[in-house]
Design a protein around this ligand. Structure first.
Ligand SMILES: Cc1ncc(C[n+]2csc(CCOP(=O)(O)OP(=O)(O)O)c2C)c(N)n1
Ligand SMILES: [Mg+2]
Length: 554
């Protein structure tokens, strides 16, 4: 059977197991769009409103499902709009494949209309970039793209599609399945060495991260931690790896780090880091663990050997996938109950927020949500001070998921929520957005409506770019510049998109408004009135400014 490049690409994606593609159309890949005409119900094209939204959705899909999220965007302008999603998938270690149109091979190199050199543009941003020049090589290169995206440390792959290649015809057969790569398992010597190091520890700590966990791997890790009675920290925005309700869970090592978390990292003598890539946020810009030789004895376990010894020189480096490593672990009993109990108690205490100087007090709202959110809720957020609420004040059980960008990309939350609801229409999906954050991808409300994705979006509306104001008041106190916003009426905006929408003026109104939002069949937006004064959970704007002024006076 003869196929053109578009048809072969789509048939390969079906064989690999893709079921959704998120994109904005372009004339550069009409043959792919045409092939998708015949795959509805098997491989659906989710029509987005901005390539940044589409790429975020693909990145979030990859993080949620473990299978590459598919984005499809047009040449230059589409590709550059989509860059934020590629960068986010990289920092999140999320599998993703972005297909991008390219000028015909006969024009390449002339700076033709919308031409870009994708290898140069995405070379340092993506895990791999390839341009497919010959139509018959599509199966080979798509198989490799999929494999690269999911293996080792998962990440984004960019595949460029010259127009003439998509139009060319071939009798090449499409792929029937992905390459199945078994995770690397730890060898028994390495395991014994790890268990010995742990057994000799006074204050051991388990630090878990990454996004290629499977339910069995997570369960095995939890069982190991509980049987060994040692405290567990989640890496930045990886709160959902380990059951937060377990007596071993002690919090998230990320931005806005609570004092007990920094104490645990500093005081630990042995840290077993499983699937962690050691981004800047994990150990407070590397201040809690010295580079390259931390005082703590580090056992670093990762599925990608390129992550081992990258930043730290571990006492023991083990190249193994997280799930197989977790399955191989046997309990170590070192009498750490006191150390673990204190960590847990401090974590539980950290969930009680101070009373906030704000009409809607997010401490009260998150305390309510902790009680009523269903166990399998999917929570998403982008970036801003508001993200501290879902990241530090909500708890995630074994079935819950948190989709939050380790890249700190504003706008991720709304798009990730849409992708999550498309993946799991039966689950409650709640997005936490800042007012600035929401406006980065708010147009994807239209995508949500079109796709029937009934997400619940909470806009924590404080009228400012709060994170930047926080830094500004610390470094340039009382000189507000570029951090105020005059916002649209979010209720009207959401209603114009067909969403149920309400403005919530007090904490007391929140529970009922949230219940109505969850019941709305079309999805809902709640515009929460937050005072700019409630700048962070622990310090008000006035306090932060006063401290900044006092430092200036010194
Ligand atoms: C795409 C992007 N642009 C800019 C930034 C820098 N930035 C980080 S947080 C922030 C402010 C977020 O404001 P908002 O969403 O209103 O949340 P708030 O801090 O007020 O709670 C900005 C501008 C970023 N992280 N990502
Ligand atoms: Mg704000």
């Amino acid at each position: 059977m003869m196929r053109n490049g578009g048809q072969l690409l789509v048939d390969c994606l079906l064989g690999l197991g893709a079921t959704k593609a998120f994109g904005v159309p372009g004339e550069s890949y009409l043959a792919v769009l045409d092939a998708l005409h015949d795959t509805r119900g098997r491989l659906d094209y989710v029509v987005c409103r901005h390539e940044g939204g589409a790429a975020f959705m693909a990145a979030a899909w990859g993080k949620l499902t473990g299978s590459p999220g598919i984005a499809m965007v047009t040449r230059g302008p589409g590709a550059t709009n989509a860059a934020i999603g590629v960068h986010t998938a990289m920092q999140d270690s999320a599998p993703m494949i972005m297909f991008v149109g390219q000028v015909g091979t006969d024009l390449r190199g002339r700076e033709a209309f919308q031409e870009l050199d994708y290898r140069a543009v995405f070379g340092t941003m993506a895990k791999w970039v390839v341009e497919v020049d010959r139509v018959e090589r599509l199966p080979e290169l798509l198989s490799r793209a999929w494999t690269v995206a999911v293996s080792g440390r998962p990440g984004p792959v960019v595949v460029a599609l010259p127009e003439d290649m998509l139009a060319a015809r071939t009798d090449a057969l499409p792929l029937a399945s992905p390459v199945a790569i078994r995770e690397a398992a730890p060898d028994s010597d390495a395991l014994i060495a790890a268990q010995d190091l742990l057994a000799g520890a006074q204050r051991p700590l388990l630090l878990v991260g990454g996004c290629n966990w499977q339910p069995a791997g997570r369960a095995a890790l939890l069982a190991f931690a509980e049987a060994s009675d040692l405290p567990v920290l989640a890496d930045f925005r990886c709160n959902d790896v380990i059951d937060n309700h377990s007596s071993v869970y002690a919090g998230e090592a990320g931005v806005g780090m609570p004092t007990h978390v920094s104490r645990l990292l500093r005081e630990a003598d042995v840290i077993l880091a499983v699937n962690t890539s050691f981004g800047e946020m994990t150990a407070a810009a590397y201040t809690l663990m010295a580079v390259p030789d931390p005082v703590q004895r580090l056992i670093h376990v990762h599925g990608a050997d390129s992550e081992l010894g990258k930043i730290y020189r571990p006492a023991l480096a083990i190249h193994a996938g997280p799930n197989r490593f977790a399955a191989a672990l046997r309990p170590v009993r070192g009498g750490w109950a006191t150390w673990r109990t204190r960590a847990r108690a401090e974590y539980l205490a950290s969930l009680d927020a101070l009373s906030q100087p704000s009409p809607v007090d997010m401490g009260i709202c998150t305390a309510h949500l902790r009680q009523i959110l269903p166990p399998d809720v999917i929570v998403t957020n982008g970036a801003g001070n508001f993200a501290v609420w879902p990241n530090k004040f909500l708890t995630y059980g074994t079935k819950a998921r948190l989709l939050a960008p380790q890249s700190g990309a504003m706008g991720y939350g709304v798009a990730a929520a849409v992708a999550a609801k498309i993946a799991h229409p039966e689950r409650l999906v709640v997005c936490f957005a800042g007012d600035g954050d929401f406006q980065m991808t708010g147009q994807e409300l239209a995508t949500a409506r079109q796709a029937g994705a009934a997400v619940v979006i909470l806009i924590l509306n404080n009228g400012i770019y709060g994170t930047i104001r926080t830094h500004q008041e610390r470094e340039f106190p009382a000189r507000v510049s570029g951090t105020d916003m005059v916002n649209p009426d979010f209720v009207l905006l959401a209603q114009a998109h067909g969403f149920h929408a309400e403005r919530v003026e007090t904490s007391a109104d929140f529970p009922q408004a949230f219940a109505r939002a969850c019941a709305a069949p079309v999805g809902a937006v709640l515009d929460l009135v937050i005072s700019a004064e409630a700048l962070t959970p622990r310090a008000s704007l006035t306090q932060i400014r006063a401290a900044g002024l006092a430092r200036q006076g010194e």
